[in-house]
Design a protein around this ligand. Structure first.
Ligand code: PLP
Length: 428
């Protein structure tokens, strides 16, 4: 029995499924999740001492690579002064100023402790600000696990609120309209049917929770126009794309400005941090300046702010993104070429430092229905082969992959060399 197997068996006695977040349990691919003991740069190590090149990167935060020295030192230094005060600090001002500088549409920001809190609060704000109840989201987009966002999409058709988890009352879910990602017509139709009821559109500007699906041309611009026409709030959930698909996020990359933005992951440098913000005229409606309630005992935590600031300050490095992006492109393109060499149908998507490979005959994947139609058996075989070969990919076909500054050209080459052998096995 390996140490990971032993720990997994033990964990399941006191932790549901042995994990504190479901995807970690390897349900989609089978087998035993690796219990991790340490991480550095592009690598993580498991409890059995195996080293892996890591393309999960803690599900996105580690754009600078694991265990970044400046972030680590900032955390150590801040912790000497105390772990939490429950009172305002100068670090929170630095953070707000930094976020506004990097993402100018975020004129004012409120810190929270996770991406889920950020989206949940932004939605409450949009509802309170517009005095409307309904929200519009997209099939396959994930915005955390708040009730109104856990709503299943119906296959391509406009679906009015079917909860995707027991525990979400139908009465909540009925206010969530779900339409197809990258299909502007479905958005227009929803607004035509409920012109005065939809408070906001919330969208992952690059979908990263149904593998990696960038917006088709005109899609984000179209959402902006629809929101302007109907007086709805446009919310970009940049929890994943923020500081990752461009220094200023997807809104900078695609040149479309939302009213509100949600951030998480990179903004905490590895600590539990989220944030939402946007137009001052909207966000000042939250307490204490406005009546819409939002709060948090640990929000703006000084150690977390120190980590986040140390991360954001390093993003100014010239050429940082150019080099990460070209390595990401080389990886996704390289994997696809190798798959083809071994007769395995594949296509890929890349957005900055996010990538996705799809085991499919389709030339391009642009929506959820296509993403879920990929060959899961081939993916599973590839996944386990790569894991054996020392490459740690997300254990499900629905997750984007992440490349960091620490994934140098040599690391990408090593990954491709491993993939060449694994594809050969998968093909037989
Ligand atoms: N929004 C997006 C786009 C995400 O990818 C995630 C998490 O993966 C969330 C929100 C929720 O963030 P958290 O897991 O920090 O609550």
């Amino acid at each position: 029995m390996t140490k990971s197997e032993e720990l997994f068996a033990r964990a399941q006695k006191t932790i549901p499924g042995g994990v504190n977040s479901p995807v970690r349990a390897f349900k989609a691919v089978g087998g035993t999740p690796r219990f991790i003991t340490k991480a550095d740069g592009p690598y993580i190590w498991d409890a059995d001492g195996h080293r892996y090149i890591d393309y999960i990167q803690s599900w996105g935060p580690m754009v600078l690579g694991h265990n970044n020295e400046k972030i680590r030192n900032a955390v150590i230094t801040a912790s000497y002064e105390g772990l939490s005060f429950g009172a305002p600090t100068e670090a929170e001002i630095h953070m707000a100023e930094k976020v506004s500088q990097l993402v100018p549409s975020m004129e004012m920001v409120r810190m929270v402790n996770s991406g889920t809190e950020a989206t949940m609060s932004a939605i409450r704000l949009a509802r309170g600000y517009t005095s409307r109840n309904k929200i519009l989201k997209f099939e396959g987009c994930y915005h955390g696990h708040a009730d109104s966002l856990l709503v299943k999409a119906g296959s391509g058709a406009l679906t009015l609120g079917v909860p995707s988890s027991p525990g979400v009352p139908d009465d909540f879910a009925k206010h969530t309209i779900t339409v197809e990602f990258n299909n502007l017509e479905s958005v227009k139709q929803a607004f035509a049917e409920c012109p005065d009821d939809i408070s906001c559109i919330i969208v992952e500007p690059v979908a990263g929770n149904m593998n990696c699906i960038p917006p088709v041309e005109g899609f984000l611009e179209g959402l902006r126009e629809v929101c302007d026409e109907y007086g709805a709030v446009l919310i970009f959930d940049e929890v994943m794309t923020g500081f990752r698909v461009s220094r200023g996020g997807a809104q900078e990359r695609f040149g479309v400005t939302p009213d509100l933005t949600c951030l998480g992951k990179v903004i905490g440098g590895g600590m539990p941090v989220g944030c939402f913000g946007g137009k001052a005229k909207i966000i000042t409606h939250i307490a204490p300046t406005g009546p819409i309630y939002q709060a948090g005992t640990l929000s703006g935590n000084p150690v977390a702010m120190a980590a986040g600031l140390a991360a954001l300050n390093q993003l100014e490095e010239p050429d940082l993104y150019t080099s990460i992006f070209s390595n990401t492109q080389a990886l996704a393109e390289g994997l696809t070429k190798l798959a083809h060499k071994h007769g395995i149908p594949m296509t890929y998507n890349v957005a900055g430092s996010m990538f996705g490979i799809f085991f499919t005959e389709a030339e391009k994947v642009t929506n959820y229905q296509q993403a879920i139609s990929c060959n899961n058996e081939q993916f599973k075989a590839f996944y386990h082969g790569m894991l054996e070969a020392g490459v740690y990919l997300a254990p499900a076909i629905f997750e984007a992959g992440f490349v960091s500054k620490a994934h140098t050209a040599e690391i990408i080459d090593a990954t491709l060399a491993a993939a060449d052998k694994v594809f050969a096995d998968v093909a037989h």
